[in-house]
Design a protein around this ligand. Structure first.
Ligand SMILES: NC(=O)c1ccc[n+]([C@@H]2O[C@H](COP(=O)([O-])OP(=O)(O)OC[C@H]3O[C@@H](n4cnc5c(N)ncnc54)[C@H](O)[C@@H]3O)[C@@H](O)[C@H]2O)c1
Length: 316
């Protein structure tokens, strides 16, 4: 019997998944099942967190999905091939995991009567566009990763209309925070390099911008969306800060944190990379209006939490 307290999280071992599980544990009342093939993060990362069940399996495998999905009230689909460059190097894998795997999950969710299906998308479907990005910008993905996320956005819409599955697509902006040691995103990369005494590379004039969302804000937004998914009127939302932060601002903040630890940051300036998106941030008013939640942790304290996490990892 479907029970609304039962939730399946695919990719639950990963950076965002772990933090989401911790958040749902704190809130209480959720019975969490994780489906993860442990390809980029591991079950051991979930030590200390409360789970009803762990299914070691692949979203490309319908049998593994069947094992995990019975009686689930909701589903958060995080498992993915998450890299832009790997998607260009191996578009077949990107398609297989992100589109075929996601499609199998949607099929199974519709068949099993799952109440809400939340899909982790990104700004990548949009491709290059003058910011701020928002839900009505036409999508022209520039890499297979963006195309595979866009394909899943399409299937989420179709399953909503054709089969009554309550799908919610959340386009996350650049997420950072504790738990990101295996990630190649700029915040994780810079902190790893600074702590290793290596140079960090700044391309161009460092004025390129991103929309950095703190992982605790992102998972709070995710939980809020889960709880209100029934009343959401349209299925696609940017989950972002709406704030444009340059690489130079990021480096200044990290330099201050490093100085507190007696570390001098070494930078190397390189010409701009061909194809790099220069300005990138997303409006979040549709999400804020629908779910009455606004990501609000300021950059500095969030970076401090992230810095402390990496220092702790280095020292233990
Ligand atoms: N981190 C970000 O800044 C960001 C931004 C936009 C969107 N997203 C999306 O959010 C989701 C979670 O990202 P993350 O940063 O936590 O990534 P992550 O790599 O830390 O976690 C992904 C998890 O999925 C699992 N996984 C991968 N392929 C699988 C498969 N075939 N079957 C089962 N499990 C599989 C991995 O083992 C890992 O535990 C992804 O869908 C990603 O595309 C992340």
């Amino acid at each position: 019997m479907v029970d609304e307290r039962n939730i399946l999280i695919t990719g639950g071992c990963g950076f965002i998944g772990r933090r989401l599980i911790a958040r749902l544990n704190e809130s209480g009342g959720w019975r969490i099942t994780v489906l993860d093939n442990e390809s980029t993060a591991y079950r051991g990362e979930l030590d200390g967190l409360e789970l009803a069940r762990f299914v070691n399996g692949d979203v490309r495998d319908p049998a593994a999905i069947e094992e995990a999905i019975a009686d689930q009230g909701s589903l958060v689909h995080l498992a993915a091939q998450t890299g832009v460059i790997p998607s260009i190097e191996n578009p077949d894998d990107d398609f297989d995991i992100n589109v075929r795997g996601g499609y199998h999950l949607l099929r199974a969710a519709a068949r099993h009567g799952v109440g809400s299906f939340v899909f982790a998308s990104s700004a990548a479907p949009i491709g290059e566009h003058e910011p701020p990005l928002h839900e009505d910008v036409p999508c022209r993905p520039v890499a297979p990763y963006g195309a595979s996320k866009l394909a899943m956005e399409g299937y989420c819409s179709a399953f909503r209309q054709s089969f009554g599955l309550n799908t919610v697509v959340l386009r996350f902006s650049n997420c950072f925070g504790p738990g990101s040691s295996h990630k190649g995103s700029v915040v994780a990369l810079f902190i790893r390099k600074i702590l290793a005494g290596e140079e960090i590379t700044i391309y161009g004039d460092g004025e390129q911008t991103r929309d950095f969302i703190y992982v605790d804000d992102l998972v709070e937004g995710l939980e809020t969306a889960l709880l209100k998914a029934d009343s959401a009127d349209a299925g696609l939302y940017q989950l972002s800060t709406g704030i444009e932060t340059s690489v130079n601002v990021l480096v200044t903040a990290l330099t201050a944190l490093a100085a507190e630890s007696g570390i001098t940051v070494k930078t190397r300036l390189q010409p701009s990379r061909t194809g790099e998106i220069i300005r990138n941030y997303s409006r979040n008013d549709k999400f804020v209006n629908a779910f009455d939640y606004r990501p609000a942790t300021p950059l500095e304290p969030a970076l401090k939490q992230t810095w402390d996490y990496f220092v702790d990892l280095r020292d233990h």
